[in-house]
Design a protein around this ligand. Structure first.
Ligand SMILES: [Zn+2]
Length: 287
């Protein structure tokens, strides 16, 4: 039997020049990795955008994608403890929050129990962390695929410079809002707030996104009555029930903050677009 054209092409292309198989956890990390890979390949993402990373289990197809990966980039066990077991013993597994220099904020667990890590896991919402991680991603890919190391480094550098410029632009847009208080669905915004000098610390749920207790809702109701917030933010991944109960009968403006970019197209532009969308939502919520 003659070999088919496709089979011949496979032999010619060969596995030696195959792009590295890279798996990521959430859409923002996928976006940073996609920016570094550029034309050299496309990473996979484990969590579809609508999923809440705090509460999910791995499907068999996702476990298989992980098993075949050359590299895995993920936020770390504080965000997705359920993923830690599947990643133990993999050679190129980079928990980005464990990379030295990453700015981490200690979780302020002052209302209710939680079993998440010692720090707040939403570290991708500080653009300075993303800038650092782009370099880590570039170096890791360069190690796995040395032939293209210079291209990964150049892509990482370009993406980091673009992100720094965007970050300065958003800081100017948000500067007039630093005196306001906002209510958020879950305690995910300390990094974004810290970077841009905002107050987003009134949260219905803790940073592990467990449903708020009745005691917590009562405490918040008192706090809001004493000192109203400029706006309250829903999240696509969280139930609106707590926020709606809390705001019933008030005229507090409501808008959406999407910390995972679930409404955005996946790819290199998702992460900068996510920052832009969050800044825009905060800047215009009370218009
Ligand atoms: Zn979260």
């Amino acid at each position: 039997m003659r070999p088919t054209l496709a089979a011949l092409l496979l032999v010619v292309a060969g596995p030696a020049t195959a792009e590295p198989k890279v798996v990521t956890d959430i859409a923002p990390v996928h976006s940073l990795v996609a920016a570094v890979m550029g034309e050299l390949g496309q990473p996979d993402v484990l969590l579809d955008a609508a999923a809440d990373p705090h509460h999910i289990t791995l499907r068999p197809s996702q476990a298989r994608a992980l098993a075949g990966a050359d590299a895995v980039f993920w936020i770390g066990p504080a965000l997705t403890p359920w993923l830690a077991k599947s990643l133990a013993s993999r050679p190129e597994t980079i928990a980005l929050t464990e990379f030295p220099g990453t700015a981490l904020i200690t979780g302020h667990d002052d209302h209710g129990d939680s079993d998440h890590g010692p720090f707040d896991p939403h570290a991708w919402l500080d653009p300075a962390n993303a800038v650092l991680w782009l370099r880590v991603i570039g170096e890791t890919l360069g190690r796995i695929d040395p032939e293209n190391a210079a291209a990964y480094a150049a892509n990482a550098q370009k993406a980091a410079a673009d992100l720094q410029a965007l970050s300065a632009e958003l800081a100017a847009e948000l500067a007039p809002l630093t005196g306001n208080r906002y209510l958020v669905a879950h305690d995910a915004y300390a990094y974004f707030a810290g970077h841009f000098g905002l107050n987003l610390s009134e949260a219905i749920s803790d940073s592990d996104a467990e449903a708020a207790s009745a005691a917590r809702l009562a405490e918040l109701r008192d706090s809001l009555a004493a000192q109203p917030v400029t706006c309250a933010f829903h999240e696509p991944q969280q139930s609106p029930a707590g926020l709606e109960t809390l705001l019933a009968g008030t005229d507090t403006p409501q808008a959406t903050l999407d910390p995972l970019g679930s409404a955005l197209a996946p790819g290199p532009a998702l992460y900068p677009d996510l920052l832009r969308a969050m800044a825009g939502s905060i800047a215009h919520c009370a218009d």
